[in-house]
Design a binder for this molecule. Structure first.
Ligand code: GDP
Ligand code: MG
Length: 163
């Protein structure tokens, strides 16, 4: 099994909530991988009869704004280098932030498939607001509520179609 999907996005957008939901459908357990820094979590997910590795990024604790931005850039670069595909998570409740823009710029240059996941789309009013994220310039945009699970099937279908 070699297909790896990395979850990236700035803090608090819901990456870990989504990651944990994926692993609820898992076959194996998250484990500490030797040589892997603790700012990432690794798991194995299964969907549509296919297994893939999932990386949850961004568990670091920044001590300044510069370190913060540098760390996020580092995480995105690692994801681009290591993953087969990337889930870029943004938050409908905040709209597009400058950090989202900076990450989007890096990810648009990646030669890997990028799935833009607008998270926290918990109700229909929020799905109207979520349309602004099409402005980030990605073809694949998914509206998800990691809390309720709505929309997770669609993004997982799209990802597993590539495997
Ligand atoms: P991370 O920093 O990107 O890993 O974000 P977390 O997964 O830790 O989530 C940050 C906060 O957003 C937590 O309080 C979550 O409960 C909340 N959250 C995550 N997904 C959703 C969602 O789909 N809807 C809502 N309303 N809140 C969510
Ligand atoms: Mg997290």
């Amino acid at each position: 099994m070699s297909y790896t999907v990395a979850i990236v996005g700035r803090p608090n957008v819901g990456k870990s909530t989504f990651f944990n939901r994926l692993l609820e459908q898992r076959k194996a357990i998250v484990e500490d991988t030797p040589g892997v820094t603790r700012d990432r979590q690794y798991g194995i997910a299964e969907w549509a009869g296919k297994q893939f590795n999932v990386i949850d990024t961004g568990g670091f604790v920044p001590d300044s704004k510069d370190v913060f931005e540098r760390e996020i850039r580092k995480q995105v670069q690692i994801a681009i280098d290591e993953a087969s595909a990337i889930i870029f998570v943004v938050d409908v409740t905040t709209g597009i932030t400058s950090l989202d823009d900076a990450m989007a710029e890096m990810l648009r240059r990646a030669t890997k498939p990028v799935f833009l996941m607008v998270n926290k789309v918990d109700n229909s009013a929020r799905s109207l607001e979520a349309a602004e994220f099409y402005g980030l310039g990605f073809d694949e945009v998914f509206y998800v509520s990691s809390m309720s699970g709505s929309g997770t099937g669609e993004i997982l279908d799209a990802i597993t179609n590539l495997i």
